[in-house]
Design a protein around this ligand. Structure first.
Ligand SMILES: [Zn+2]
Length: 240
């Protein structure tokens, strides 16, 4: 695994606004505190999210972009890219692979964070179909699309985007296959603030802090961290 001191830039790819805050915001705050540049790429506008039927669906995308932007600020992230795919209908198409390969070549990250493409039978919500599709397309974009000059040649020929090799991928929110546990006890308040910034999603959640603390404490215990610590979980892939 790469040491954080070897990392200059990290690209975080997520399906929906708020995914990254549930799965990785505490870790991201540690990275930005260490001076690492972090960029978010959010594939959908989350227009199928929320449960307030009185809010017109057309109002949702700008609202959720604003919420995600405010949440990102809480953990030191100021560069966000929204791809605008329709929420709930994401497929791992060639078009999505090309869009993600474009962002990888633009950002040139050393490390990339994305959802797992695999279904989690213990917690179905983690492996929402959009998450799996985005995870699959993101890994295809890491290998081979972003690094192969002959993949989507219009990226190089038309847009001047040189091939780029991402050296490491962290699959986020993977309790079943986690092999890396990040102690986020110190940044938990900022993770919570980021989640609260998604008011349209979390405003109605009773006991958000308690349920989060419980889940993150169980993750820390599974990772062998001392009593009282909180952890986010990842599976780290060597993609160099
Ligand atoms: Zn999601």
């Amino acid at each position: 695994m790469l040491d954080d001191s070897e990392i200059q830039r990290i690209l975080v790819i997520a399906a929906h606004p708020d995914d990254v805050d549930f799965s990785a915001a505490g870790t991201i705050a540690l990275w930005t505190d260490a001076g690492i540049e972090v960029t978010y790429c959010i594939v959908t506008d989350g227009d199928a999210g929320g449960n307030d039927l009185s809010v017109g669906r057309a109002e949702i995308p700008p609202l959720r972009r604003a919420e995600q932007t405010a949440a990102a600020k809480q953990v030191g992230v100021h560069d966000l890219r929204f791809l605008g795919y329709p929420d709930g209908r994401v497929e791992a198409t060639l078009a999505l692979r090309q869009d993600l390969a474009r962002v990888i070549r633009q950002v040139r990250p050393d490390r990339l964070v994305c959802p797992s493409p695999e279904r989690n039978y213990a917690r179905l919500g983690i492996s929402h179909p959009d998450h799996r599709a985005v995870g699959s397309a993101a890994l295809d974009a890491v290998y081979p699309d972003a690094r192969n000059p002959f993949a989507f040649p219009e990226l190089l020929d038309g847009e001047g985007l040189e091939p780029w090799t991402v050296r490491e991928v962290w699959l986020a929110g993977v309790p079943a296959t986690a092999d890396h546990y990040v102690d986020i006890t110190g940044t938990f308040p900022r993770k919570l603030a980021a989640l609260r910034a998604h008011a349209s999603q979390t405003g109605h959640m009773e006991g958000l802090e308690e349920s989060l603390r419980g889940r993150l404490a169980r993750a820390a215990a599974a990772g062998g961290l001392p009593e009282g610590r909180l952890a986010e979980t990842f599976q780290v892939l060597d993609t160099a």
